[in-house]
Design a protein around this ligand. Structure first.
Ligand code: MG
Length: 309
């Protein structure tokens, strides 16, 4: 190689065995050798739930760079264990849904994702926390993550974001639940709502930019409540989302918060980054500013300071 190999320290791979990208884990090993990795820690897990234990092992072994191989569920489990460690993280988007990577412009391309993990820019990004567990993309109740997976691909190509309007109508649960939402201890919403969303990044399902101005490095979480009920009102919300700004819908109330507490009149299942976590009547959420350090593509000078989507 013409490039002089730099000392890259100890690199740990935390891989979800059932996820793949490019030439798979075999190609990943070759790419890591090309990067001059000498001390490589290799961990594979059969499901993302098993990842945090391996992450803790990697930290104990002194990993300087942790590569996460998997999708949003895997990223969520790993960053929950990595938060606050100061260790740099590279995301290899090998999952079904890779919204975190997508929001950070890390492409679903193995050599390119590895290149970014080693030569990208290290950025401290915020995480959200709900009931003691970190998330990277979004959290909420009343919103069906299955919607992402079920969207008809062909339809999406033809109609773009409008396809999700159609898909969404079939999947949003839509029943109204009485809830009380406090922001920094002050009552912000009380009434019946169908869905409550917290966002760390803007694009929360394939193609839908739910939070138009979200940034994962501003120390704030986006919060949105929808009061839409029935297919006609939902069609209006989703139509607005696909055509323009989410916050222009009469059935959506949105703002920004650091600390959020939610009381639900009936138990609801909450989701973190697309995974169902439990059924609760109370959510305590907050932003964890700069909670994780991620390697992202190097920004061109023209990009810095401008809003990223
Ligand atoms: Mg933010």
């Amino acid at each position: 190689m013409l490039l002089q190999k730099q000392n890259v320290g100890t690199v740990a791979v935390i891989a979800h065995q059932k996820k793949s990208l490019g030439g798979g884990l075999d190609e990943l090993r070759r790419l890591l050798a090309d990067e001059g990795v000498e001390k490589l820690l290799w961990y594979e897990v059969p499901k993302s739930k098993k990842a945090p234990k391996q992450v803790r092992k990697a930290l104990k072994e002194g990993a300087d760079l942790v590569l996460i191989w998997g999708g949003d569920g895997m990223v969520q489990r790993c960053v929950d264990a990595l938060a606050g460690s100061g260790v740099t993280v590279g995301v290899i988007p090998a999952g079904t849904a890779n919204l975190f990577a997508q929001n950070l412009d890390i492409p679903e391309d193995l050599p390119e994702a590895v290149r970014i993990a080693f030569h990208g820019e290290s950025r401290k990004l915020d995480l959200g926390m709900v009931n003691g567990e970190h998330f990277a993309v979004m959290a909420g109740v009343g919103f069906d993550a299955e919607m992402i997976k079920d969207a008809d691909r062909g339809l999406k190509d033809r109609l773009g974001r409008a396809a999700y309007v159609w898909t969404g109508l079939r999947h949003i649960r839509g029943e109204l639940v009485r809830m009380e939402v406090k922001i920094d201890g002050v009552k912000w919403f009380e009434g019946e709502a169908s869905c409550l969303l917290l966002g760390n990044v803007g694009t929360i399902t394939g193609g839908i930019e739910a939070f138009d101005d979200a940034r994962p490095d501003d120390g704030w979480l986006e919060i949105g409540v929808t009061t839409a009920k029935g297919p006609i009102q939902w069609a209006r919300v989703l139509g607005q989302m696909s055509a323009g700004r989410s916050d222009e819908s009469p059935f959506v109330r949105m703002t920004r918060a650091r600390k959020i507490s939610v009381k639900l009149a009936v138990p609801m299942t909450y989701e973190l980054d697309g995974g169902a976590k439990g059924t609760v009547t109370e959510l305590k959420a907050k932003v964890v500013p700069g909670g994780i350090t991620i390697r992202v593509p190097v920004r061109k000078p023209a990009d810095s300071g401008s809003g990223e989507s």
